[in-house]
Design a protein around this ligand. Structure first.
Ligand SMILES: CSCCC(=O)C(=O)COP(=O)(O)O
Ligand SMILES: [Mg+2]
Length: 239
């Protein structure tokens, strides 16, 4: 039976430091200029893509640039996996990736395994991240091996992936129902799915849905208390 491998991103295939030290600071640096483009309160009927995303933040925060900035910054500072923030971040990071300021460092074992699995007719690789589908596609368009030094040409590995899931199209990552939804969407029985993540609550939710799931432990990840089977490299998997 075909195996569907479903991968988390941050802390699983790329370091948390890439998100915290590169993506988030880039986003926060762009934010004041982006908020300057609009008049306040933010319109609920705008045809402008970014303004229509901003309009989804709580109404009370839309009254002034200062209040909206402070709300968004607090979500980022506290690493809140807020779907509206994640949608906005995808659009803001786009410029950084396209202009060559951002490249995504992927762990070598993950990069190699994705390449190998994608060539195997009995395996498909999917992504399930809190980052929006737009942000996921950008990240996989501008990949570099984690150990590369100096400027390297980005690799676009989107063709190796069979589908993308986020909290908008699948639901919260710590609920079993989201994993059942993904299995249904990709036409796989949960028992044929393997989910890999650094978050024990996500691993537990996938197992509760009937999937196999492993906790990925990477350098820089916070210590976790979990009874789930742990791996430190995708090389340790036999799937
Ligand atoms: C692909 S978007 C960048 C990462 C991000 O914003 C995020 O929240 C990642 O969370 P994950 O579910 O992949 O741990
Ligand atoms: Mg993660």
């Amino acid at each position: 039976m075909a195996v569907s491998v479903i991968l988390d991103i941050e802390g699983t295939i790329c370091p948390i430091s890439f998100v915290k030290d590169v993506l988030f600071p880039y986003f926060l640096a762009q934010l004041p200029d982006i908020l300057d483009r609009y008049t306040y309160p933010i319109s609920q009927n705008s045809t402008d893509t970014l303004e229509s995303i901003l309009a989804k933040f709580p109404q009370a925060t839309l009254v002034s640039k200062t209040q909206l900035h402070s709300h968004i910054k607090s979500l980022v500072d506290n690493d809140v996996k807020d779907p509206v923030l994640k949608e906005l971040q995808g659009f803001v990071w786009e410029k950084g990736y396209h202009e060559g300021q951002i490249q995504a460092p992927l762990y070598n074992d993950a990069l190699q395994a994705i390449g190998t699995w994608s060539k195997d007719p009995a395996k498909n690789v999917y992504i399930y991240s809190s980052g929006s589908v737009k942000a996921q596609k950008l990240l996989f368009q501008y990949v570099k091996p984690i150990d590369s030094t100096g400027p390297v040409e980005s690799q676009d590995i989107n063709s190796q992936l069979s589908g993308y899931f986020d909290t908008n199209n699948a639901g919260p990552k710590i609920e079993a129902s989201s994993y059942l939804k993904i299995a249904h969407a990709i036409g796989s029985d949960p028992s044929s799915c393997v989910f890999l993540s650094d978050n024990p609550k996500e691993v537990d939710a996938a197992i509760a849905a009937g999937m196999k799931s492993y906790l990925v432990v990477r350098p820089g990840n916070a210590p976790v208390d979990s009874t789930a089977t742990k791996i430190t490299s995708f090389d340790q998997l036999s799937i």
